[in-house]
Design a protein. Structure first.
Length: 164
């Protein structure tokens, strides 16, 4: 396979994954999944950068989360894990790290970080381990996250719903 074909395949997998992640998060919000309700008070989006393994079936995404409260002192980048199982992307949020990004204070008010600033911070953090010393994708870094604990935590996450 040429590098052009590989890049095309990567791009297709990345686009599929970003679309699936957005749809899944939106459905979790609508279904009242407790662990994502904080997004209702945020401007949020899935970052453009996706960190897939070399098989294009597991990876990390970044959920950029800008608090809408003008008094907020912090914005966040949530790390999401993705795994393609039975031909379908699954997204995992529970038990993955959050990056807390403090806002700068100007003239006595906190100024929100832009989504681009949040993306840059998240990409830098994941990027440290994504490629190994010779510039190749570090599959172990990506694949080791997919385990029974991740699945168990995810089931618990999905079972906690807000009361109507």
């Amino acid at each position: 396979m040429s590098s052009e074909e590989t890049t095309k395949m990567d791009t297709t997998a990345q686009e599929e994954l970003k679309t699936a992640a957005h749809q899944i998060l939106t459905s979790w919000l609508a279904e009242g999944i407790e662990g994502v309700q904080f997004l209702k008070g945020s401007e949020w989006k899935i970052d453009e950068q996706v960190f897939l393994n070399s098989s294009n079936d597991k990876g990390y995404l970044l959920l950029l989360n800008q608090d809408k409260d003008p008094q907020a002192e912090l914005d966040y980048v949530q790390v999401l894990y993705a795994s393609k199982e039975d031909g379908k992307w699954n997204i995992y949020l529970e038990s993955l790290p959050n990056l807390v990004i403090p806002r700068k204070k100007e003239n006595g008010s906190f100024v929100a970080n832009t989504l681009s600033q949040l993306a840059a911070a998240g990409e830098k953090e994941i990027g440290r381990q994504y490629k190994n010393g010779n510039g190749e994708i570090n599959d172990e870094f990506i694949n080791k996250e997919f385990n029974e604990d991740l699945k168990k935590n995810h089931q618990r996450f999905l079972s906690r719903k807000i009361k109507n």
